[in-house]
Design a protein around this ligand. Structure first.
Ligand code: 6PG
Length: 508
């Protein structure tokens, strides 16, 4: 009997996706260049299979065998590293006899422009479709958030499988339905997948998801440093604060795991593990791509960019060690008593406000790119499919989705999340705490690039007038770059002859 779907690349993500698909009663053909990985997958399926359940995964020795095992049009899921490996497998599929209506789905963290180019490049040979996947290995195994984009007919074809394997949200509470049992997938609830748009849209949205992920992680890390440095808290004490915050508006997967990481004891030294982990952060590029995209398109995403810089700064360990010996800072006095209690409360509110600003940046960036590319992105839906499965999953995403739904109902465009009443009200009530927390950080000499830049973002939007008038004056002075006036029609350009006396105004 022919199989339903092929999975190519059985690293941790591919293997778990294959098991997830099989759990949902689809028959899977699996292939990896490394035959040991095929065998490992088959062994895991055997081991996890519940009594009475049939084997649903078949190992393949090569791509021709896979193609001949699949129903048509064939659906092939690529789980290989982004970049050249994707094209390498595509070429091998062409060599193996893939056909024009077969569907190849790239699930890696590919650069969105590569996806656009690939769809065009492979047209006529097969349908190049993409589906960005979030949720790490456990997500892939028991329900990720899936961001498919490309040929709409291909989407209709794969939709039932995608809806089955995606994470699910309880429609009433808006919270994830967590069940991680092999052979017993979650079948109830709203699936965390929706068609995002034409080729590239899904990978762009996933890229911004990761940019937000970088910023959200860094915000939490800044709170950790602040609580350690200004309150003298131990890792386990910070963990307790984070666990408490996780019960309120800051509830999120990232907050939850941060509390867990901080509570972990190092098996070798019995010290908190976090104190034994070297403070040099890695990155694979998606946060950087988000920051670059925001710079290229001219939409401010400073908190995301600062999160990328914070990782870069963390890698400057040697220089930091040298400079920490010679650069002056304020003297350290830990906050105590009611001052400390107040500061912790302020910091919780500061983090919430910064989080709103950071998500506002990500969503605004997606909106700008959508306009530029002619994509019809449904932000209420995008926020919905991020409520479970993905790394930034949080109660908060429900509020974002509702904000976009309210705007849709009212027929208004929500060009920035800061405008949504639910968020602007929260920001108004909490902004003083946000300022106090940033002020305390500055006075204590603790770097808060993300909490601080988010506040500057908020304050910039509050300013009806920014000092860019002076900036335009400077540009016109040294480079005759011209300026517009506040009292003449938009687009009308002027230049002052700065080097002549008397200085005369010229309309260009
Ligand atoms: C996800 C994650 C995933 C991956 C990041 C990590 O949504 O599941 O974002 O894609 O963990 O790429 O990125 P860095 O290695 O750059 O931190």
């Amino acid at each position: 009997k022919l199989l339903d779907i092929g999975v190519i690349g059985l690293g941790v993500m591919g293997k778990n996706l294959a098991l997830n698909i099989a759990d949902n009663h689809y028959r899977v053909a699996a292939f990896d260049l490394d035959n040991d990985k095929v065998n490992a997958l088959l062994a895991q399926e055997r081991q996890e299979r519940l009594t009475g359940q049939p084997q649903r995964i078949t190992g393949c020795h090569n791509l021709s065998e896979m193609l001949s095992n699949l129903t048509r049009p064939r659906i092939l899921v690529l789980s290989v590293p982004a970049g050249e490996p994707v094209d390498g497998v595509c070429q091998s599929l062409i060599d193996a006899g893939i056909e024009a209506d077969d569907i190849v789905i790239d699930t890696g963290n590919s650069l969105w422009t590569d996806t656009v180019a690939r769809e065009a490049h492979y047209a006529g040979q097969f349908i190049f479709f993409s589906c960005a996947v979030s949720g790490g290995e456990m997500g892939a195994r028991f329900g990720p958030s899936l961001m498919p984009s490309g040929d709409i007919n291909a989407w209709e074809h794969i939709k039932p499988i995608w809806q089955a394997i995606a994470a699910k949200v309880d429609a009433t509470t808006g919270l994830p339905i967590e069940r991680q049992e092999p052979g017993n997938p979650v079948t109830e609830g709203e699936p965390c997948t929706t068609y995002i748009g034409p080729a590239g849209a899904g990978h762009y949205v996933k890229m911004v998801h990761n940019g937000i992920e970088y910023a959200d992680m860094q915000l939490i890390c800044e709170a950790y440093q602040l609580l350690s440095d200004t309150c003298g808290m131990s890792a386990i004490e910070v963990s307790a604060v984070f666990s408490r915050w996780n019960q309120g508006s800051l509830n999120s997967y990232l907050m939850e795991i941060s509390a867990e990481v901080l509570a972990q004891v190092d098996p070798l030294t019995d010290k908190p593990l976090v104190e034994m982990i070297l403070d040099k952060a890695g990155q694979k590029g998606t946060g950087l791509w988000t920051a670059v995209s925001s710079l290229q398109i001219g939409t401010p995403a400073p908190t995301i960019a600062e999160a990328v810089y914070a990782r870069a700064m963390s890698t400057q360990k040697t220089q930091r060690q040298q400079l920490s010996q010679c650069l002056a800072g304020p003297s350290k006095a830990a906050l105590i008593g009611s001052e400390r209690t107040t500061f912790i409360e302020q910091l919780e509110n500061a983090l919430y406000c910064a989080k709103i600003a950071c998500y506002a940046q990500g969503f605004q960036l997606m909106a700008m790119m959508a306009t530029e590319r002619g994509w019809q992105l449904d932000f209420a839906e995008i926020a919905k499919i991020w409520r479970a499965g993905c790394i930034i999953r949080a109660k908060f995403l429900q509020s974002i989705s509702e904000a976009y739904q309210v705007a849709q109902t009212q027929g208004v465009e929500l060009s920035n999340l800061l405008m949504a009443e639910s968020f602007s009200t929260a920001l108004s009530t909490k902004q003083l705490d946000w300022r106090s927390a940033v002020a305390q950080a500055v006075l204590s000499g603790v770097p808060v690039p993300c909490v601080g830049s988010a506040l500057a973002y908020y304050d910039s939007y509050r300013c009806d007038t920014l000092p860019a008038n002076l900036l335009q004056g400077q540009r016109d002075f040294f480079g005759a770059h011209s300026f517009e006036r506040v009292d003449t029609p938009v687009g009308e350009k002027y230049h002052l002859n700065w080097s002549h006396k008397p200085r005369t105004l010229v309309k260009l």
